[in-house]
Design a protein around this ligand. Structure first.
Ligand SMILES: Nc1ccn([C@@H]2O[C@H](COP(=O)(O)OP(=O)(O)OP(=O)(O)O)[C@@H](O)[C@H]2O)c(=O)n1
Ligand SMILES: C[C@](O)(CO)[C@H](O)COP(=O)(O)O
Length: 272
């Protein structure tokens, strides 16, 4: 396991829980590939594809970097992945502790944080590398809501569409039923919990858990939902890159990323 740009970890203020971010960045992005039938392409994982002139994950890290209450951000990449080593000057550290599933990547990241001085009573905000449109003000809202909370919580978006169950058969995919959507939310990230309880919850639920909240729920706890925005979607399918690009363009994004020393091709260092 190698570290990149490991900063000196800030010492805890006596009696004060610190806040850390963990960014699972070890997926392959299989659903993001629009491969022609019969082709065997091995494209760059989605988190490293260029969106609005920069690798997607750098937009994610810029948003986290704007949250001043975070003591540090650990980016968990796959074994041998050196992509982020091209950005040694930035304010995060990279550990190649990626596992076969997202839950395993997150669990290993928590061990890596603790090995570097984080306390089980500290908070961790787990945020998908692939959610590059998260906004610092939503992360701050999550922190404000969770700090006084006994359990923790997550950003989420109330379902806007009518929700169907379906099954696939000889006549194609057909509706089985329409569900009551009044109590349905889409889970997003960051998801913020205390490190120690989250470790225990992930150990209990196992590697198939798709988010941290479900692990806490399996412990009988009820994480808090903090409303965010539909814009905080996870880049998952091929069309999502264009959507992300459009949102970033509308926000006039790019300037925040100048501090990573990274510019779109053809843009000189004197321009922003
Ligand atoms: N073994 C894994 C799988 C996923 N992730 C990360 O978890 C986040 C959310 O997962 P998802 O969108 O499902 O990413 P992928 O697993 O890469 O996508 P796919 O399922 O389409 O292959 C991503 O930032 C991804 O890099 C990870 O760190 N380790
Ligand atoms: C954590 C998550 O982004 C919340 O919506 C989601 O569960 C990740 O799921 P995936 O199956 O790894 O895409």
């Amino acid at each position: 396991m190698t570290d990149l740009a490991l900063p000196s970890m800030p010492a805890p203020v006596s009696g004060t829980a610190r806040l850390w971010a963990v960014v699972p960045c070890a997926g392959v992005g299989a659903r993001a590939v629009r491969a022609a039938p019969g082709t065997a392409s091995t494209p760059l994982p989605k988190q490293y594809q260029t969106v609005a002139g920069h690798p997607l994950v750098l937009h994610t890290l810029a948003a986290l970097g704007a949250v001043t209450r975070l003591a540090g951000t650990l980016v968990a990449v796959a074994s041998g992945d050196r992509f982020l080593h091209a950005y040694p000057q930035v304010g995060f550290f990279v550990v190649d502790c990626g596992g076969p599933t997202r839950a395993e990547t997150v669990r290993a990241s928590l061990d890596a944080l603790v090995a570097r001085g984080a306390q089980p009573t500290d908070w961790v905000l787990v945020h998908d590398a692939a959610r590059c449109l998260v906004q610092p003000e939503h992360i701050d809202a999550l922190i404000d809501a969770c700090l006084p909370d006994a359990v923790g919580g997550l950003l989420a978006h109330k379902l806007a569409d009518t929700l169907k169950t379906a099954s696939d058969g000889p006549g194609g995919v057909r509706v089985l039923s329409t569900l009551d959507r009044s109590d349905k939310w889409l889970a997003q990230t960051p998801q913020m919990f205390r490190i120690g309880p989250l470790m225990s919850a992930l150990d209990r639920i196992g590697p198939a858990a798709t988010d941290e909240a479900s692990a806490m729920e399996a412990m009988g706890l009820r994480p808090r939902l903090v409303p965010a925005s539909a814009q905080n979607f996870k880049v998952t399918y091929p069309d999502d890159f264009g959507l992300a690009e459009a949102v970033l363009a509308q926000r006039g994004h790019g300037g925040t990323l100048e501090r990573f020393g990274h510019r779109p091709p053809g843009v000189s260092s004197s321009t922003s």
